[in-house]
Ligand binder design. Structure first.
Ligand code: MRU
Length: 378
């Protein structure tokens, strides 16, 4: 359902996603910059669809959406045996896990919801041995304070906490990174790692916001970010809304911009960071890292620790989503390539850690060698 909701349209701060009256309300990013409209999801499957169709996008925002979506899904579970409630919970989690493959934050958020579910089930059943469904208990959870209701409330508060914490994390990350942006800096960014890619404030744009709010003069160049145009449609919208000076360029202009010495540093977000620092982010990020290296410019990644996946030794193991070919074959609703053309549309690429100057997190700035730094912060 699409609605215009004044409570979310606070001018001061963009709030990407909120839990409200047993529904998940999110700013529909497909409509930006032309329209600020909100999707009110009353069924968890609408949240899954919103993640898949990019109504909500950006790694941390996807994680928050999944957490809230799981809590929403559990509202429609009937009072049944612990085993059955646990089976339905597991099924809902698996559906969210299949929504988009690359963003680590999605799986991190699902793991947090799974832990909360286990804890609240254990509280109800009196120990891990009798946790919901874990040893095949067929007792009913029972409604009310001591039953399913308590599990549901506990999942809702965990999901809301994940969203609130995300904003706090981004603010800390911004404080940690702002010193890397000199006064007068011209900064190039790619895709959208702003308030809309998170629960609020942003990662790469969070660092820019933090530097801007301490009075530094900054100018941001944003790549338009083909094929979905997150830079043109969303990053520029956010920057203009905050009054931060910005210029839109097409992706192919970055090299010339650097050659003309119109940019001092590059800062982008991340979807997944491997244990050695290799970083998956929006397709085209790797191009910028190579260009920054060739022009001796610093190249920064800004991401919360929840984006780091220490189970993957390097970036070659990061699953890369391939999206619908129509994203490339069409632009602005118009067919821009011959019908039937062969298309390759990976949504992300992997930047090797050798090209990264530093990774800015809420726990501090990690410098090479990244594997050692990541181990310290993780
Ligand atoms: O396909 P998207 O729009 O979800 O891709 C988003 C990005 O690549 C962002 O740069 C990344 O998630 C970091 S968001 C803080």
């Amino acid at each position: 359902m699409t609605e215009s909701l004044s409570f979310v349209t606070m001018k001061e701060a963009i709030r990407t996603i909120v839990w409200k009256d047993a529904s998940v309300v999110l700013l529909d990013q497909r409509a930006l910059p032309l329209e600020e409209r909100y999707l009110v999801c009353k069924d968890y499957r609408e949240v899954i669809a919103a993640i898949k169709n990019l109504a909500i996008r950006g790694a941390p925002a996807i994680g928050v959406a999944a957490a809230m979506g799981i809590a929403l899904g559990m509202l429609s579970v009937g009072d049944d045996s612990y085993q059955e409630v646990a089976r339905q919970f597991d099924d809902i989690c698996s559906q969210f896990a299949a929504s988009r493959p690359t963003a680590r934050n999605l799986f991190w958020a699902i793991e947090r919801m799974r832990s909360r579910f286990s804890e609240s089930s254990e509280e109800l059943t009196g120990g891990p041995g009798r946790a919901a469904g874990q040893n095949g208990s067929s007792e009913r959870t029972g409604h009310g304070e001591n039953g399913l209701l308590r599990i549901q409330e506990s999942l809702i508060s965990e999901a809301v906490r994940i969203g609130d914490e995300d904003i706090e994390i981004n603010i800390r990350l911004g404080q940690n990174g702002r010193g890397l942006i000199p006064n007068g800096a011209r900064v190039l960014t790619h895709c959208n790692a702003g308030a809309l890619a998170t629960a609020g404030y942003g990662t790469a744009l969070g660092v820019i916001r933090a530097a801007w709010s301490e009075g530094k003069k900054i100018h941001v160049y944003a790549d338009e970010t083909r094929p979905v145009l997150q830079g043109a449609r969303i990053t520029i919208w956010e920057l203009m809304r905050d009054g931060i000076p910005c210029t839109l360029i097409t992706d192919s202009m970055a090299a010339f911009l650097m050659k003309l010495k119109k940019v001092d540093l590059v800062i982008v977000g991340a979807d997944r960071i491997a244990a050695n620092g290799d970083t998956a982010n929006k397709i085209g990020t790797y191009n910028l890292a190579v260009l920054a290296h060739a022009h001796r410019l610093p190249f920064y990644i800004a991401a919360p620790v929840s984006t780091i996946d220490v189970s993957l030794a390097d970036g070659s193991m990061i699953p890369i989503e391939e999206r619908d070919h129509t994203e490339v074959a069409r632009c602005g609703g118009m067919q821009t390539a011959p019908a039937g053309v062969s298309i390759w549309n990976p949504a992300f690429d992997v930047t090797p850690s050798e090209l990264i100057t530093a990774i800015i997190t809420e726990k501090g700035v990690i410098r090479p060698p990244f594997d050692a730094g990541i181990r310290t912060f993780y």
